[in-house]
Design a protein around this ligand. Sequence first.
Ligand code: NAP
Length: 228
Amino acid sequence: MDNKKTIFITGANRGIGLAMVKESLKNNFFVMGSYRKKSNTQDLMSLDSDNLKTIELDVTDEDAIKNIKSKINLKIDYLICNAGINNGYGSFYNEDHTPKQMIDVFNVNVVGSILTVRNLIDLISDSGKIIFISSIMGVQNHEGSRATAYRASKAAVNNLMISISNDLKPKGIIVTAFHPGWVQTDMGGPNASLTAEDSARNLIYNFLKLTIKDTGLLFNYDGKLMDF
Ligand SMILES: NC(=O)c1ccc[n+]([C@@H]2O[C@H](COP(=O)([O-])OP(=O)(O)OC[C@H]3O[C@@H](n4cnc5c(N)ncnc54)[C@H](OP(=O)(O)O)[C@@H]3O)[C@@H](O)[C@H]2O)c1
């Protein structure tokens, strides 16, 4: 793999994750793309590249994350915590906000992000970058009520990003969060304003430009700083 930069993307089998895999390959990365279950990976597996390694990983399963470390056997320059769910689009009194659905959202989006970073941190290269795919829906200053649990989970992602950035700053590791835009995926729906390809192209371009001055900050997909 020569001296290629490495990027590890969770939730890489569809949506923004898959688009980031394709864009990273175009940008000459060696890509590690993880998927939750093999049955849903046709598009990822059809990418025929020597620069792509696919890995089975449910980000809520800490033992599984520990187990993949020995399979990776490479330093990670960019760790992208992208895997996420929104299984409740209504507001807090809607029936899609059952306790189980809300717990699942926090488990994947919040706990899964922490477990991913905590268990892969030894593999992050010096001055490596950790990027959480968050959402403008997690910004505290908003007037919405829908997707109450999802919003709160992304507010938590923005917040844990700050804690982890403070922990890792002395090591020179850059930790940021990005809003990917409103994107045409299963989650974003067909009316979203951006294609996954446009979002991924902007995201990868801006990941490459990050420096330690950016640690602890939230960015829009186009590189603009966001207030959160
Ligand atoms: N689309 C938007 O407009 C938008 C806007 C703001 C933020 N985001 C964020 O962007 C990220 C990607 O969203 P998307 O639109 O691409 O969503 P998506 O099309 O629904 O894809 C979600 C991805 O996350 C994976 N995933 C879910 N639970 C997982 C788990 N427990 N372990 C590992 N992987 C898991 C899914 O795997 P399976 O295929 O196995 O389910 C899938 O690969 C998410 O964090 C989302 O919150 C999206």
